[in-house]
Write a protein that binds this ligand. Structure first.
Ligand code: NI
Length: 297
C-alpha cells in the first residue's frame, strides 16, 4: 500500500506491505529521513497513531519530537564506544589518544553503525560453525560493507533460515527481511541440509533483503534500488579486483550463475503490482533472484 506522509510541508510517499503497522512505517521513515523512531510522532486526523496500529489510508502527518537527527545520536554513542574501546586497548593507566575527527575514527564509527549488529546461525541444524562462518563472510564482505555505509543500512540480526520451514511445493523463500532491517534471514543451506548454497547467490539475496530495509513491496522503486545496489556491488568488486587480483565476475554471468539448485526454483507471482516493469535489466534481476514473493516481507 502507498502511504502518504507530510513532514515540514513536504509530502513523502512510501510503499509498505498492506499489513504494515505504524512501527514499520517509522522504520522506513528512519531510513529515509534519518529520524529515530522514538523521535517520530505520526498523526492521523489529529490523533497520534500507536506503534501497533494498522496504517490508515489517508494522509499521515509526521512530527519530529526532537531536532536531533539519528546521525547526531549515533555518532555520539559510537564515538563514546570507540573511545572506550581505545582505552581498553591502550591498557590501564594509559590515556588513549583519540582524534575524533580523523578519517580512521570516522570510518570506525560508520563501520560500527551501518552494520549487522548481531550474527548467529541456527544451532539445531548440522555444523552451525559453517553457517556462522558463512554469515560472517557476508557481513565482512567489502562490497556489502561499502553498500551498507553508503546507504546507511543497519541490520539488527543476521541469521539463517531452516530451509524446511520455508519451502512449499511450488516455491521457496530465499531470504526474509523482518521490520525493515530488524532481522534478515538467509537460506544458506541446500534443501537436504547436506551443504551450503553458492556464496555469490546468497550474497545477491542479501542485497535484495537490504533493499527491503527501504521498500517493503517489490515495486518499481524497490527494483530500481536493488539494481542500483547490485551495480555498486559489482563496481566495488571490480575495484577490489585491481587491488587484490580476485577474479571479477561480470554482472551477466553473475546474474545467471546460480548452479543447479536455483534453476529448480520457481517463483510465485502473487505480487501482481510488481510485475509491470518489463525492462531487460529488471527482468534479468528478477530472473536472477528467482525468488518467491509469497512469504517475503
Ligand atoms: Ni523480496
Amino acid at each position: 500500500m502507498q502511504v502518504h506522509v507530510t513532514y515540514k510541508g513536504h509530502l513523502h510517499i512510501y510503499e509498505l506491505s498492506s499489513d504494515a503497522t505504524t512501527a514499520s512505517l517509522k522504520e522506513v521513515i528512519c531510513h529515509n529521513l534519518d529520524l529515530l523512531p522514538a523521535h517520530q510522532k505520526l498523526l492521523y486526523k489529529g490523533t497520534q497513531l500507536s506503534d501497533d496500529a494498522a496504517l490508515p489510508h489517508g494522509k499521515i502527518m509526521l512530527l519530529a519530537s526532537s531536532n536531533q537527527s539519528i546521525e547526531a545520536v549515533k555518532s555520539q554513542a559510537d564515538a563514546l564506544s570507540v573511545i572506550r574501546q581505545r582505552r581498553v586497548e591502550a591498557g590501564a593507566g594509559k590515556v588513549a589518544q583519540v582524534k575524533l575527527n580523523s578519517t580512521r575514527t570516522q570510518r570506525d564509527v560508520e563501520n560500527s553503525t551501518y552494520t549487522f549488529h548481531r550474527i548467529s546461525p541456527l544451532m539445531h541444524l548440522p555444523s552451525p560453525d559453517t553457517s556462522d562462518a558463512f554469515l560472517h563472510r557476508l557481513a565482512n564482505d567489502g562490497t556489502i560493507q561499502k553498500v551498507m555505509r553508503r546507504h546507511r543500512y543497519q541490520v539488527g540480526h543476521l541469521t539463517e533460515m531452516d530451509p524446511r520451514l520455508y519451502t512449499q511445493h511450488d516455491s521457496k523463500t530465499l531470504g526474509l527481511n523482518k521490520n525493515a532491517g530488524q532481522e534478515i534471514l538467509l537460506r544458506l543451506r541446500t534443501d537436504t541440509l547436506d551443504g551450503w548454497r553458492d556464496y555469490k547467490t546468497v550474497r545477491m539475496t542479501l542485497v535484495h533483503e537490504l533493499a527491503h530495509n527501504v521498500f517493503g513491496e517489490h515495486d518499481r522503486q524497490f527494483w530500481d534500488l536493488f539494481n542500483l545496489l547490485m551495480r555498486e556491488v559489482q563496481e566495488f568488486e571490480s575495484g577490489q579486483t585491481m587491488s587484490r587480483g580476485d577474479v571479477y565476475i561480470p554482472p551477466e554471468i553473475m546474474a545467471s550463475d546460480g548452479g543447479g539448485e536455483r534453476r529448480a526454483e520457481t517463483r510465485t507471482l502473487s505480487g501482481s503490482k510488481t510485475n509491470e516493469g518489463t525492462s531487460a535489466r529488471d527482468a534479468r534481476a528478477r530472473a536472477a533472484e528467482a525468488r518467491t514473493r509469497k512469504n517475503d516481507v
